[in-house]
Ligand binder design. Structure first.
Ligand SMILES: Nc1ncnc2c1ncn2[C@@H]1O[C@H](COP(=O)(O)OP(=O)(O)O)[C@@H](O)[C@H]1O
Ligand SMILES: [Mg+2]
Length: 313
């Protein structure tokens, strides 16, 4: 069974750096597929090769049966792209920006104006359509950026971290917007380094790190990779010493431990059982403990389990 997007052995070198390393995945029609990985994992490079913006060093991508290498124009017609950087003209209004993009996709006349109306409605910004983009908040710009990517009803939408750096309200709006797209039968490739978003949205997920797919499957399949382990999440000082982390790793039952900002996360076979040991190890090391909780395995714990690193930056 072949998917609407088939990524085969996709590879990109920048000099000596292997940014994307033999990546393989297949996305079924109508699926929301997540590409989850930390900054620098190769998500944008992958998306750019699928959309034809970057030439692969190796491998190929088929979109609805067309090769991005040999039939780039046919591939482009099937795709909508929401880039990581907002691509809008600040001095034009939201409507004018969407009209511009619509024309780029070959829409004209009535078809164009109804596509623009529909996209504004979906972005929840129909009433602000006459305002210049420069007056928009970051979140509103992102919503229009997404609207621009779906004007021409693409079969497949590529979204590159569409919620980075925006307010929670716009973020929720965007997540609902993407869920709504699935209802309309669109296929979505969604990249993010936020595991909550990917958990909320995606039918299947590929976890990427250093250009490689390190795990792939449904949320349930991925959670099973961690077995029955729990995550113990401890609020600590950002100045937590490396030796304290080593002490936590030595607590019986602790499989892995990592700190990101002011959160220490430990993977433990029995989180409740290991909790007391972790807290006393931290106390003995002279570290402050601000909060503590035991949570069920999630994509964050899968990532920690597979890489020994935290997904957050
Ligand atoms: N044009 C480029 N030239 C050289 N290195 C690049 C270029 N684009 C990306 N990289 C490098 O490739 C790796 C993957 O980058 P990227 O695909 O942007 O990751 P992500 O989107 O997951 O944060 C990083 O190490 C990045 O520094
Ligand atoms: Mg990126």
């Amino acid at each position: 069974m072949s998917g609407i997007v088939e990524v085969n052995g996709l590879t990109k070198l920048f000099g000596d750096l292997v940014a994307v390393d033999h990546v393989e995945f297949s996305i079924a029609q109508g699926e929301i597929f997540g590409l989850l990985g930390p900054n620098g994992a190769g998500k944008t490079t992958t998306i750019s090769m699928i959309s034809g913006l970057l030439e692969p060093t190796g491998g190929d991508v088929l979109v609805d049966g067309h090769s991005v290498r040999t039939e780039p124009r046919a591939v482009k017609r099937k795709l909508g792209v929401v880039p990581q950087e907002v691509a809008l003209y600040p001095t034009l209004t939201a409507r004018e920006n969407l009209q511009f993009w619509g024309r780029m996709y070959g829409l004209r006349g009535k078809e164009l104006s109804s596509a623009v109306d529909e996209a504004l409605e979906l972005a929840g910004l129909a009433d602000r359509a006459r305002e210049r983009i420069e007056k928009y908040s970051g979140g509103m710009k992102r919503r229009i950026n997404i609207a621009a990517g779906i004007l021409h009803h693409p079969k497949v939408l590529l979204m590159d971290e569409p919620t980075v750096g925006i307010d929670p309200q716009s973020r929720n709006h965007i997540l609902e917007q993407v869920k709504g797209l699935r209802g309309s039968g669109m296929t979505v490739l969604y990249t993010s380094h936020y595991m909550e978003e990917v958990e909320f949205l995606c039918d299947r997920v590929a976890i990427v790190d250093h250009g490689k797919v390190i795990a792939m499957g449904t949320l349930e399949e991925l959670r099973k990779l961690v077995g029955d382990a729990d995550i113990v999440r401890i609020g600590v000082d950002e100045t937590l010493a490396e030796e304290s982390l080593v002490a936590v790793r030595a607590v019986p039952g602790v499989i892995q431990a990592e700190r990101a900002d002011s959160v220490l996360e430990a993977l433990a076979a029995d989180g409740g059982g290991a909790l007391a040991g972790i807290i006393s190890a931290l106390n003995a090391a002279g570290e402050k403990v601000h909060s503590a909780e035991v949570v069920e395995p999630n994509l964050e714990s899968v990532f920690l389990h597979l890489t020994g690193k935290s997904l957050r930056d």
